[in-house]
Write a protein that binds this ligand. Sequence first.
Ligand code: FRU
Length: 510
Amino acid sequence: MTNKRLLLLAVFCFILPRLATAQNHDVETYRDQYRPQIHFSPAAHWINDPNGMVYFNHTYHLFFQYYPDATVWGPMHWGHATSTDLVHWKELPIALYPDSLGYIFSGSAVVDSNNTSGLGKKGKIPLVAIFTHHNPNGEKAGTNNYQNQSLAYSLDNGITWTKYAGNPVLNNPGIKDFRDPKVMWYARQKKWIMTLATKDRITFYSSPNLKKWKKESEFGATIGAHGGVWECPDLFPLKLNGKTHWVLIVNINPGGPNGGSATQYFTGDFNGSKFTPRDTKTRWLDYGPDEYAGITWGNTGSRKIFLGWMSNWEYANQVPTEKWRNAMTIPRELSLKAVNNEVLLASAPAKELNALTAKTLVLKPTVKAGQDILANLNKQYKQYRFDAKLRNKPGFRIKLSNDEGETMVIGYDNKTGNYYIDRSASGKTDFNPNFAKTAYAPRLAFPKTSDIHLIIDASSIEFFADGGLTTMTAVCFPHKPYTHLYIEILKVSDIVQPSVSGLVSIHGNK
Ligand code: FRU
């Protein structure tokens, strides 16, 4: 072939498709029914877990499990998006493609500032991704070692990646579910710690250079929820009243509190080798049906920002979207709270989200029972948030509804002490028999005045109560947007400072 022809071939096969993906952020792409307006969703095709979340050079990187050829799960790639404000995302070309070692399953990315890996060149700090290679042939052949941990590195701010020639760097010892490495720098002992999901427990490994790994310890075979396989863990320190505690996040599928997949967590201590929980209670970071595989960004200093996949493996492949399937939650800031001598994890919408509040539309209505408090909200804001403070621990019921009479109900039953989300009449629900079930969550704290927050997008609601100690995420597929919000049961005197705020679409239009 002549050089000219080769060049043309390269343009058609590699360059044009990449440009097409990189440039597809036009408003039209993001206008289809159910398209999230304040959440990250892929321009097209399938996504699941967030991966490789790392903050580097003023940019938040979000990689994700991605199948670019269909809207159902398939051979996994790492898709890529970046943001400088955690709210507006730019989708970039695919970062990692499957290769002879297998599909690219979940994992993390670190900034190797000291070039411990030696992968940095000419003084450039390498970003190193540590991920699971899942070999489908090994799986088909019935072997038990088809998931292994590998590396890739980038010297251009995460845009292009080179797989490490010595992959895999951590070989499977014969455990079928051996995946989703989350790596952090343990400064006190100057070593990397890998937190790995190994079937029904977590195994910790350490390394001086990301290439050679040594097993340190195991955790959890007899602690926590075990209704399914442990996946996508995370380990990080957080301070409470000046004292450092360690948080271990463990996603599990199935076996969540409302069926299917969910995120549990433990608080305790980590000494560079072993995690010791404070107690053995099972706790959930999000009790709703639709937050999964959630983990935190690395390299964000003392802030811990969490993001989950907004779906559930029970029906993720069936939800009624067309061009794309599944989105991420809003970013959430995690903190610790002491409640009755327990150390609990709380979630709050990241403050960056405030940038989307259309300030002129913030209302402070005098709420009457049965009143539609969205009546005055400019109808062009189909996505909005509702915030209120509640006195006297009242039971309440908030109903979102649309002009078709479809409803999404969020409430608190003060007799049972449970919050709930009832989406049985929320719109399209029949694509899976488990979808319409009401989800319940316990109330964990009873302050005199409590707070609730609801964030409503085209096909999701996120609910935070009592300082984020109880959090619930649920997707929904109404035929028309929920443009009414009724406070149905509540003594008017018990609600303080209610407000509803229109949120501006992240896709550049209202
Ligand atoms: C969790 C998970 C991970 C795995 C990935 C595959 O949702 O099953 O354990 O790495 O998805 O896409």
